[in-house]
Write a protein that binds this ligand. Structure first.
Ligand code: BGC
Length: 754
């Protein structure tokens, strides 16, 4: 039986306290055009449709066809089926269409640590896909940031599987509540671009058919379950309709024909009933892929699947039953989300942006991270801080918004490159917003954006006003799908620029606009570098969001979703230049690795400052013993949809409520992100601690809130390779509530026994 198909009554009104234990989004019925069907209902409808198709039609539906979208599924007019459109990307409707919002990227929403925003951003993106009549969104992207140099880290949710899984969950339900099918990608272990498809040009849809072998990600059973499969499992639980298999091989077999990952893990163990589509050009074979679990080849047209499977059925190489299963899976999400009922007609350029700039601005600001703030140089005080000297090409956008997104360019970055890039309708860069602030607050701005014109840069240090100025240095790091970064340094020799400015300006604030990890060591300890704001990949509301933070209209509260190391080698993992990438670190990735090896990073995973201060008190851990426990009821009410699929193993049952109080002890409103790190008994062979809960808590000055974080059965289990089950270890578990992965930041600690 598939869990789901019912809604529980929201019981938050019964609480005299604020319990922010789970995805606490506002579920506004007006905003959710779709109530959805259950998987059982949708499968039955898809089967009945497939029953009316000829063998030719069925086989043709196992591959994409040419058409207006990135991927197109055959229409069958005699059955009133108009086909389906699959379109990029995870951060807005992409592939060069007009009139869509270039949202703050995956790495930015993750850095908000705000479940409410995970959902709302997903819903906003869903509205645009739906508004244009697109059936499947080719996102979210949830490959783990295993390699700091991976060109696609900006599309994903960082280095932690639990945080990635919660992001995927919120995004998918936001999107699918709008009736748009989500696609969990890239399944699985696509943690680098190098050799992902040799000969496949950086630009998509130009595969080299002569080169058919990609690198192999080689890893063990515990590691795949506990790290790389985790967010995909959360996606299945959320109810995602579609998966995209990746270019790489896994343990020596192409991901798109991998029986172990597709049939056994995904369709078997995770009880997934939707389809698997191939990444574009990732199908390496016809019948072996279909038997290995692939349901639809994209973009099609190379003769591997589609109508060429007719002959395979006739020769007995594949059964018609499997073809029926493939097509049923392709169509099930269409019925699941009621796309058979009054779905908008397709028009990729239709204006569907609505007022999504508002949520985009909110996510941009919420995902910015205050890394350094010596003597509270920030926020600037407009009555005292009058002069601003701006340096660095990253202050201004100069790509004319038409780069197509694949190539690096100087200037402010809204998103990274590749199929994940959305051509923006507009973009407001930092300099533009600073100019507006200057006009409004009677400030003075001077700027030199060149990184090479040291005549002008040095000249600025002698200008009137410089001796009292705040200096902002904008630095960037770009990356793209198709290739990995060569290093973790900023572009255009920006370290030298920061050093030069900081050697003259006692109030230097560095603004870091980076796709993922960056090495800050060239200047981070300079005494004149008094402030650092990590702006991430903030989307087209970059300027307004940053100015709100600089001048205190928004109190920063974003947190790092990866560790920032002092030495690049400290990560212990990197892109493999060969055809094999061995995940020999096992489950010891990122902060788990730094912990295990006692390596001190520059900034810890989960770290980020605020303009206010917080205190923590009253930690209580309560066992959830029955289904009527109010915490359990609220948990299910918020996470259950008609289409959700929590499986039959009970892994997502809440088993503990961890309650504590957070107080804003400062003078301004702000937010903190309590993070629950769990330490397992020895039997589990886990890293010293793993993230298993968080909530972004917004508090007025002096305000307190009680927070409850839920631990599920899966959260307290490890993957037992011997019995092939998630298993609760016997012994004491330690619960730490912390504000980062730094043990010095632990605020509350307790334990429970299993
Ligand atoms: C990318 C996918 C994308 C697809 C369709 C591929 O190159 O890896 O993420 O969805 O193209 O554009």
């Amino acid at each position: 039986m598939i869990r789901g198909g019912f809604f529980l009554v929201v019981i938050s009104a019964c609480f005299s306290i604020t319990v922010s234990s789970v995805i606490n989004f506002k579920h506004n019925a007006e905003d959710t055009p779709v109530k959805g069907r259950t998987w059982d209902q949708a499968i039955a409808m898809a089967k009945s449709f497939v029953g009316n198709l000829t063998l030719d039609e069925k086989c043709s539906m196992t591959a994409g066809i040419g058409g207006p979208c990135a991927g197109n599924v055959l229409s069958v007019q005699r059955l009133n089926f108009n086909g389906m459109c699959f379109q990029d990307s995870p951060s807005g409707v992409g592939d060069g269409v007009l009139q869509s919002t270039a949202f703050a990227a995956g790495i930015q929403i993750a850095a908000t640590w705000d479940r409410d925003l995970f959902y709302q951003r997903g819903a906003a993106i869903g509205k645009e896909f739906r508004g244009k009549g697109v059936h499947f969104a080719l996102g979210p992207m949830m490959n783990i940031d295993r390699n700091a140099r991976h060109g696609r880290n900006w599309e994903g949710f960082g280095s932690d599987p639990y945080l990635s899984g919660e992001n995927a969950f919120g995004y998918i339900q936001g999107l699918q509540d709008q009736g748009v099918v989500g696609t969990a990608k890239h399944y699985i272990c696509n943690e680098q671009e190098t050799n992902r498809n040799p000969g496949f040009l950086a630009r998509k849809n130009k595969p080299n058919p002569n080169v058919n072998v990609a690198y192999s990600a080689n890893l063990d059973d515990k590691t795949i379950h506990e790290i790389y499969l985790w967010p995909f499992a959360s996606s299945v639980a959320a109810g995602v309709g579609s998966f995209m298999c990746s270019y790489n091989q896994v343990n020596g077999t192409p991901a798109c024909q991998n029986d172990r990952t597709q049939n056994q893990l995904l369709k078997g163990e995770l009880e997934y009933h939707g389809n698997i589509m191939s990444d574009w050009g990732a199908t390496k074979s016809g019948v072996p892929s279909a038997l290995g679990g692939l349901d639809i080849e994209m973009p099609g047209g190379d003769g591997l699947m589609g109508s060429s499977l007719v002959q395979a059925v006739k020769s007995g190489a594949i059964t018609e039953t499997r073809i029926d299963d493939m097509v049923t899976r392709v169509l099930t999400p269409y019925y699941l989300l009621e796309q058979d009922q009054s779905y908008p007609s397709l028009d990729l350029d239709r204006d569907a942006v609505g007022d999504n700039y508002k949520i985009n601005r909110q996510v941009a600001a919420a995902g910015m991270i205050l890394l350094k703030n010596t003597n509270n140089v920030l926020p600037f005080n407009v009555t005292k801080d009058k002069n601003y000297f701006i340096y660095g090409s990253g202050g201004q956008s100069d790509d004319g918004l038409g780069s197509g997104g694949w190539n690096g360019h100087p200037g402010a970055l809204y998103q990274g490159g590749g199929s994940g890039f959305v051509d923006p309708t507009y973009g407001i860069d930092p300099l533009t917003s600073l100019m507006e602030k200057t006009r409004e607050a009677h400030l003075q701005i001077r700027y030199v954006l060149s990184h090479t014109d040291y005549g002008a840069i040095n000249g600025s240090f002698n200008m009137r006003g410089f001796n009292t100025a705040k200096c902002l240095v904008f630095i960037t790091a770009f990356s793209s799908e198709g290739y990995d970064r060569s290093d973790l340094q900023p572009s255009e020799n920006a370290n030298q620029l920061v050093q030069t400015v900081a050697s003259h300006c006692t109030n230097t604030v560095v603004i870091v606009n980076s796709v993922s990890q960056l090495n800050l060591e060239a200047w981070i300890d300079l005494p004149n570098v008094v402030g650092v704001i990590w702006t991430g990949m903030p989307g087209t509301e970059y300027g307004p969001a940053l100015v709100d933070i600089l001048f205190g209209d928004y109190n920063p509260g974003g947190k790092l979703v990866f560790t920032l190391a002092k030495n690049d080698a400290d990560f212990g993992t990197d892109i493999s230049p060969t055809m094999t990438s061995t995940y020999s670190e096992g489950v010891f990735l990122d902060y788990r690795h730094f912990d295990q090896n006692s390596i001190t990073p520059r900034y810890y995973f989960g770290y980020g400052l605020s303009y206010t201060t917080f205190s923590f008190s009253k930690l209580d851990i309560s066992k959830i013993n029955n289904k009527n426990n109010p915490i359990a009821l609220q948990y299910w009410a918020r996470r259950t949809r008609s289409y959700s699929n929590f499986g039959t193993a009970g892994l997502y049952e809440p088993v503990y409520g961890v309650t504590f109080t957070v107080t804003n002890t400062g003078k301004v409103a702000g937010s903190e992100v309590p993070q629950l790190y769990l330490s397992f008994p020895a039997e589990a062979q886990e890293p010293p601690k793993v993230l298993r809960g968080f909530e972004r808590v917004y508090l007025g000055a002096g305000e307190s809130k009680q927070v409850t974080l839920v631990l599920t059965q899966k959260d307290i289990s490890y993957w037992n390779t011997a019995n092939q089950k998630w298993t609760v270890a016997s012994g004491d578990y330690t619960v730490r509530i912390s504000t980062s992965a730094n043990n010095a930041d632990v605020k509350l600690q307790s334990s429970f026994h299993e």
